[in-house]
Structure formats: C-alpha cells, structure tokens
Design a protein around this ligand. Structure first.
Ligand SMILES: NC(=O)c1ccc[n+]([C@@H]2O[C@H](COP(=O)([O-])OP(=O)(O)OC[C@H]3O[C@@H](n4cnc5c(N)ncnc54)[C@H](O)[C@@H]3O)[C@@H](O)[C@H]2O)c1
Length: 365
C-alpha cells in the first residue's frame, strides 16, 4: 500500500493507494485517529450496481470493526448529481439516525464522491467523510482535494463546498470491474496531470498507450503518481485562493461548458475535458505559447487513449460562450483559461472572447 498525505493546515488525511476493501474497517480504526473516536455508524452511499459488486465485502469489513452500516442509493449518471439527490440523501441520513460520531462512506466514482461529499459537508454542519473511489477518475482526482458539490441545470459544480475527507481508500482491484469506457474517461485526467506537471508521466503514457487504445498499465504507480501531484497542488492552495490550484482545471473551462450545454448526458466528464484540453492547446498555439508539435503530441495521446478530440456535433457557439463566462476562473468579467506552455507546465491566462470562440470552432466536428 502507498500512503500519501496532503500537507494541509488543519485537515491532513491519509490517501491509501492499493489497499483492500476488506480492510476498510481496520483502516478506519487505524487512520482516523484525529477524530475524537472511531465512527460508530456509517452510511454507505453508492449505486445499486456497485453495491452488488462490493457491498457485502465492505459491510463485512465494517461490521467486523464494530461500525454499524446501512446503504443509501441513487441512480447512475451525472444528471443525478443534483440537489434533488442531496435531499434524498439527507432523508437517508435521518432514517439511519446518523449523528456527529457517524460517517458517510462514498463508494463509487466521482458522481458518488461529489454528491455524498456535499451531504457529509452539510448534514449536521459536517460529519466525517470517507472516500472509497472505484473509478480511475475518482482515484486520481475527485476523491482528493476536498471539492464536493452538485450541478445546477444552468452550470456544472456550481453548488458546493471545500470539505476534506477523513480518509481516501483506493482498492485498485475495483478497476478490474470498471468498463473500458470508464477507464478511458479516467485516462483523460491522468493525461491532464502529465501536461500540467509531469513530463515524464506524459512520455511514459505516450510509450505505453498502444495504437489500438489498450490501456495496459501498472495502475498502482499511475494512481499513486497522480494522487501525489494533486495532493501537492492542494497542499499549496487548499481553497483555490492563491491561483495555484487552478492549474488542475486544464481542459475544464470548455469541458464543463460542453457538459452543461448537453444536459450532462451526452459526454462523460473525461470526454468533455479531453475536448476542452484540445481547445486549450489550440488557443495556446495561437498565442505562440507552445509549439504546434507539442500540441500534436497532446491530441495524439488523447486520440490513442480512445478519447474524443472534437465534438460529436456542433453546439451553439453563443451558448457555449455564455457558459464559459459562468466558469469560476472568470475574474472581473474576464475569461481566464489554463494554457500549456510545454508538456509539464501550464499557466492561467486572460483571453479575449474572440479567441475563445476560435478555440470552440477548433473542436467542431
Ligand atoms: N471533486 C473533484 O475534485 C472532481 C474532480 C474531477 C471530477 N469530478 C467529478 O467526477 C464526476 C465523474 O466521475 P466518474 O468519471 O468517476 O463517473 P461516475 O461516478 O459517473 O462513474 C462512472 C460509472 O462507472 C460505474 N462504476 C464505478 N465504479 C465501478 C467499478 N469498480 N466497476 C464497475 N462499474 C463501476 C458507476 O456506476 C458509473 O456508472 C463528474 O461529476 C466530475 O465533475 C470531481
């Protein structure tokens, strides 16, 4: 097991990579020592399909550690990451009689983690949250850093909080049941880390992602490396007040706009940000901030990983531009994009609307 700890002022926590679900109960007892006591009760928030795969294993582990557990479900899909689901989950918290010594266990991908995390952050003004990510995307990204929240129909991730988990427990064995399409989805964030911070990781990915899109990796080192990059970035800028954390948003400015404009169902998160990274690469090339050859490396690796580099069909330019202005990086009504300067380095830059429009046009089908 690889243990990573972000260095946060008040709320550092263990990120365990390569541990086993069957040891979750023991992990909670061992690692959650900074809470007054080990939680006596847990609400496991998940989808029914994930419960079928891993529910009994986790339940057994928690029971063995004298943590009384029950399940709360909601349907799969980004379109359920909303306030209606949050309300349903609050009811489940009350039915399960959770108090401040209880915890919420988010068992699943980023949709589960973000939504259950928001419930944990707000129920009784906050109860401990344990992330048990089961998708590649959630292991390398969404379970780390404390951003929890849900979407509004008008804008993605627009309701939320910074709320760090007490523990992140990543069992890589769960990736064996993950559909290939979801693995690709997670690869978008893995590639993102290469572009923003880790040229060696990028090169390694270039070598390993074969032409037919076979993603045959030692996921242990990939997940640990990405988790460490994210932990380091959030350690420097926990609540996005210093501008450093914004680099994690590479590809997300337009990616989020695409997800919102298409009703959160036409593109997976990773697919949308893959297209968003291509648009950012195009804009950076236009600015002469990075070379055409590096831009080609970016689109090539995304394509080989089976990710889209263009939209499936044209979306209204005006709508996408309006959505770009709802992005949280907008300051004093200026659009700001995370743009690459070389593989391994990005900067945040103010860009004129006309160039954003060209960026959008560059990813049209
Ligand atoms: N909070 C953050 O910092 C942050 C960062 C990045 C992304 N996100 C959010 O994460 C979400 C995307 O997460 P995601 O890509 O994990 O999608 P997801 O949570 O929708 O999971 C994808 C699908 O995989 C299934 N699944 C999960 N684990 C499985 C397993 N082990 N075996 C079989 N099936 C499994 C799920 O049931 C679901 O149908 C988006 O809402 C995005 O905004 C948040």
């Amino acid at each position: 097991m690889i243990l990573i700890r972000p260095r946060l002022k008040n709320s550092s926590y263990p990120i365990c990579v390569g541990c086993s679900l069957k040891d979750l109960g023991k992990g909670i007892q061992k690692f959650i020592f900074h809470l007054n006591r080990t939680p006596n009760k847990a609400l496991l928030v998940t989808h029914p399909s994930i419960k079928n795969l891993y529910g009994s294993l986790i339940m057994k582990s928690l029971t063995h550690s004298k943590i009384k557990s029950s399940f709360a479900f909601f349907p799969e899909g980004e379109e359920y990451k909303n306030l209606k689901t949050v309300q349903l989950l609050y009811k489940k918290c009350i039915e399960a009689k959770l108090d401040r010594t209880s915890c919420i266990v988010a068992l699943g991908g980023g949709v589960i983690g973000d939504t259950a995390g928001f419930v944990a952050a707000t129920y009784l003004r906050g109860i401990p949250l344990i992330h048990v990510p089961t998708t590649l995307l959630a292991m390398v990204d969404s379970s780390i850093g404390g951003k929890v929240g849900v979407d509004l129909a008008e804008a993605k991730n627009s309701i939320g909080a910074f709320y760090q988990p007490a523990l992140v427990w990543s069992d890589l064995e769960t990736l064996k049941t993950l559909p290939k399409a979801e693995l690709k989805n997670g690869m978008a964030e893995v590639i993102k880390y290469g572009v923003i911070k880790d040229p060696k990781l990028f090169e390694q990915l270039e070598k390993r992602i074969s032409k037919n899109g076979q993603l045959t990796f030692n996921f242990s080192s990939i997940v640990a490396r990405c988790a460490k990059i994210k932990a380091d970035v959030i350690s420097q800028d926990e609540k996005e007040t210093k501008g450093l954390r914004e680099i994690l948003n590479f590809g997300h400015t337009l990616g989020h706009a695409i997800e919102t404009e298409t009703g959160y169902s036409a593109y997976k998160h990773g697919e949308a940000i893959s297209i968003g990274m291509c648009a950012a690469g195009f804009i950076a090339e236009k600015f002469r901030m990075w070379s055409a050859s590096e831009n080609l490396r970016l689109s090539r690796i995304l394509k080989s990983a089976g990710l889209p580099i263009r939209l499936k069909k044209t979306l209204p330019l005006k709508n996408l531009l309006t959505l770009l202005f709802r992005d949280k990086k907008v300051l004093s009504e200026d659009l700001r994009f995370v743009l690459p300067t070389q593989i391994g380095k990005v900067v945040v830059k103010k860009i004129p609307s006309a160039l954003a429009l060209q960026g959008i046009q560059s990813i049209e089908p």
